[in-house]
Design a protein around this ligand. Sequence first.
Ligand code: UDP
Length: 251
Amino acid sequence: MLKVSGEALAGESGFGIDPAVVQTIAREVAEASLSGVQVSVVVGGGNFFRGAQHEGKGLDRASADYMGMLATVMNAINLQAAVESNGVPTRVMTAFAMSEVAEPYIRRRAIRHLEKGRVVIFGAGTGNPFFTTDTGAALRAAEINAQCVLKATKVDGVFDRDPVKCPDAKLYESLTYETVQRLGLGVMDLTAITLCQENDIPVVVFNLAEEGNIARALRGDKVGTCVSSDVEKYARNESPDAAKGSKSKPR
Ligand code: UDP
């Protein structure tokens, strides 16, 4: 399960979609899929609309969040077209019905698509206001029995301080869920981290900007920071799949 934020899709401009960024992501996703990895993607919508930022400005939070969820669908459709231009079939599945543009999310159907080698892109987050697409990624990962959540970010992983403001910030190689919660490290929101913890799904935080990183992460190679229940296994240079124990093909 790859989580790509909307902000990442915007590239340098910080708003809208940078086609070059989308194409790079799509190429690496397609490469991993063609090599036999079952790949699903959750896309954010922050490059267009974040509900919490608009609350109170003539909009109630729930309405603003529905707009945010619609934004994720725009990103999902763009990513779908880009992955398919790299020769890999895809399906967009949305958490609420908009059947003219995407399939409604049906768990068993999503798993079947993955088994058939299709990349499944989940749009509209969880379908509920007051949540985030990180939580959407954790939820779908648990539902489809994904081996790992790969969170693509703008930095190399999880640091003890903000690496943009503090150049000497230390990068963690591996962390437990408890440490992330206790130190309030900005990996994902706490709902998402807790969901991953409860379902024992490792979360790998890595830099999207470094070429080849998405493909590496999807192959299970060691990149960025791994958050799991078993820090030692990852430190021994085993992939997050190994940290969890192999249940099925990577998704
Ligand atoms: N959102 C929501 N419920 C969800 C997922 C997303 O209400 O399950 C809304 C929320 O307003 C959020 C916006 O969609 O701000 C975009 O998602 P997110 O902020 O997670 O995107 P990202 O930060 O990954 O770009």
